[in-house]
Design a protein around this ligand. Structure first.
Ligand code: BES
Ligand code: ZN
Length: 647
């Protein structure tokens, strides 16, 4: 069967990054255990040096200048601190590749004085621990710093890499531990803070943040932001470039480059309805505006739920709205993730699993059950195919608190799709009404808090299992949360439309008869995806040519189709697709879409050569996260060591 992006994730120690479907790091099995073992970790969060039991950042005030020429952010971060331990004498922050110029603290007489600090040697995975001596426990501390042009959480694009081709562009991607590469922070989801920012930039650049962006802001190179709701560090975000706004309704709209904005607003026209639908199910949207920022194609993910401003890949703009479940997903994070947040990426499923369930409910509410079920079928087939190959530890939603996390344990499609399946199981056992009331209550109860899975389990026990006895046993709950594989109690999803696709594929494979054009004309992306996913490992050149003649898969503008068609073409030795494969890999930097093709290519010497030459050309346009993944796949194929993939 097809090669799956999930297999990358299994290998990676993504206790770290929370390997999302797009977050597929590749082949760092060997590198990661060492890095993990060597990492000096605190007892609080294995991915952060912060000591939030001693002191916490309550508010962050950023003062930053965007310098496109030097690919640098420079300025200061001022922290309002809550000293928790009366004996604490230090503020420990996470940093990566930052140049720290100065640290000052505010004395009780309001004067600012220099504080001693030490920036430790960098750890490959965690970056450099910044220890600030602050025995007087000042209420405010300010760090003056600069980022590196190689900051892992930023991408700097030349004008040629943008749609308009005239102005440079930059954007951040902080999840999971990249915020520290552009702001010194307690970079752990356990700490939530409010923030303000004053950002200067060239006058023709529009700057946006995960904050109160003003659709009518004047473009003058001087911008101020406020985020009055407390957020975890991974939701800190910034972007700057030739960005304009197109409203969708009074509280929602799209920011994009001028050439893209109308198309994007048309594609995402249902966003207002999505917000209304989610509010009706799960309570008020608590972040005021919900806008989307469409990034250039090098954005390494599908979407990122930066509060008030989701960052979105342009690859979902396919003209027919068939991929807007991604918007539903990022919007859903406004409840599951941004409002109620996992307290460690070990609990990634709390964010992604519940979000994937809510996403499906939004899709059902707007587009009907047929479509929602098709999306569940695609996701679950993928989970079914891959879960058995994963380490047992990686197959469970949550890692028991008493189990030490080892490298290789990971959360993957398990976090997304097993997580969503678990939610659907609860919904079916307790009934939709009771379940929705419970979930609404959960969002309300833990609003603006960061919690571990154990807290979720306690809440669920009390508010579902104990409240409605006899519907789900404790053992069943335990199996879903901590067990491996797919529980027997997992509800099946029937999809007659997907069954029809199975029949059509079989007829073609058995007898060469393609379905009537009138049938396939009505197919949506989901059906095409299913059609391709069910193909054998390889096809003959004649078969591939016949499909191409009928459906023009080679050169398709739809990335979801391309990411399935090209690996099949590569595995089958269908060289006719090579030019388009290279063009696809050069145009798009979204990891989920391109990694399966790289993975397929590196399996043969000719393919490896194509992968390498294409990567050499594409690389300047890739985000550091994508570059790391591709490098790892190529290095592994060549039996070389690669730097561990950072996610
Ligand atoms: N929060 C994730 C992206 C993420 C997760 C980045 C972990 C880094 C580490 C985002 O909400 C997400 O899940 N994006 C998906 C889209 C979705 C429709 C499944 C993606 O990018 O594929
Ligand atoms: Zn998500």
């Amino acid at each position: 069967m097809r090669s799956s992006i999930l297999t990358f994730c299994v290998a990676a120690a993504v206790i770290a990054g929370g390997c999302s479907r797009d977050a597929a790091p590749a082949g760092d099995t060997a590198a990661t255990p060492d890095a993990e073992a060597a990492a000096p970790v605190t007892e609080y969060d294995s991915l952060s040096y912060a000591q939030p039991d001693q002191v916490r950042i309550e508010d962050l005030a950023l003062e930053l200048a965007v310098d496109f020429d030097n690919k640098q952010l420079a300025g200061s971060a001022t922290y309002q601190l809550d000293w928790i331990d009366p004996d604490a004498t230090q503020l420990v922050l996470d940093t990566r590749d930052l140049t720290i110029e100065k640290v000052v603290g505010e004395r009780s007489d309001d004067k600012w004085v220099d504080l001693k600090f030490d920036l430790a040697e960098p750890d490959e995975r965690l970056g450099s621990k910044l220890t600030i001596q602050a025995p007087q426990q000042p209420e405010r501390i300010r760090v003056t710093y600069e980022t590196s042009p190689e900051a892992s959480g930023l991408q700097w694009l030349t004008p040629a890499m943008t749609e308009g081709g005239e102005q440079p562009f930059m954007f951040s991607q902080s999840q999971q531990i990249h915020a520290r590469s552009w702001v010194p922070l307690q970079d752990t989801p356990r700490v939530r803070f409010t923030y303000t920012a004053h950002v200067t930039s060239p006058e023709d650049a529009m700057v946006l943040m995960s904050a109160d962006n003003d659709p009518k802001a004047e473009r003058d190179g001087d911008y101020s932001f406020k985020m009055p709701q407390a957020i975890p560090s991974y939701l800190l975000a910034i972007a700057a470039g030739d960005l304009v706004f197109e409203p969708i309704n009074e509280r929602s709209g799209v920011w994009a480059e001028p050439a893209m904005v109308e198309k994007a607003a048309a594609e995402f026209a249902d966003t207002g309805k999505m917000i209304d639908a989610t509010e009706a199910m799960y309570g008020p949207y608590r972040w005021e505006r919900y806008d989307m920022l469409v990034l250039p194609p090098s954005f390494p993910y599908g979407g990122m739920e930066n509060p008030r401003l989701s960052f979105i890949t342009p690859t979902v703009i396919v003209g027919d709205g068939s991929l807007v479940s991604l918007i539903a997903h990022e919007l859903a994070h406004s409840w599951s993730g941004n409002l109620v947040t996992f307290s460690s990426p070990k609990d990634q499923w709390l964010n992604e699993g519940i979000t994937t369930y809510v996403e499906n409910r939004i899709v059902e509410s707007l587009y009907g059950k047929e479509r929602a079920d098709m999306e569940f079928v695609i996701a679950r087939n993928e989970l079914r195919e891959t879960i058995g190959e994963m380490e047992p530890q990686a197959q469970s939603l949550a890692i028991r608190p008493d189990v030490q996390v080892k490298a290789g344990d990971t959360l993957t499609a398990v976090a997304y799709d097993k997580g969503a399946w678990f939610m659907q199981f609860l919904e079916q056992r307790f009934g939709r009404e009771a379940f929705d009331e419970y979930l609404r209550g959960y969002f309300d109860h833990f609003a603006f808090q960061s919690i571990p899975t154990t807290t979720f389990v306690e809440y669920t026990q009390k508010n579902l299992l104990d409240k409605y006895p006899g519907k789900v046993t404790e053992a069943e709950l335990d199996e879903w949360v901590y067990g491996t594989g797919i529980p027997d109690s997992a509800p099946e999803t029937e999809s007659p439309r997907m069954d029809a696709v199975d029949t059509a594929r079989k007829a073609w494979l058995d007898a060469g008869t393609l379905p009537e054009a009138s049938v396939t004309e009505a197919w949506t992306t989901q059906e095409w995806v299913h059609f391709l996913e069910g193909m054998p490992e390889t096809l003959t050149t004649e078969q591939l040519a016949a499909l191409d003649a009928a459906y023009e898969f080679t050169g398709t503008p739809n990335g979801e189709i391309a990411m399935r068609w090209y690996p099949l073409a590569v595995r089958s030795g269908y060289g006719e697709a090579n030019d388009e494969i290279a063009a696809f890999l050069k145009k798009i930097g979204r990891r989920k879409l391109i990694m399966p093709t790289y993975e397929a290519l590196v399996k043969t010497p000719e393919g490896l050569a194509l992968a390498e030459s294409t990567f050499a050309e594409a690389r300047p346009g890739y985000h550091p996260i994508t570059t790391g993944s591709v490098e790892a796949v190529i290095a592994e194929a060549k039996g070389e060591d690669a730097a561990p993939v950072r996610d």
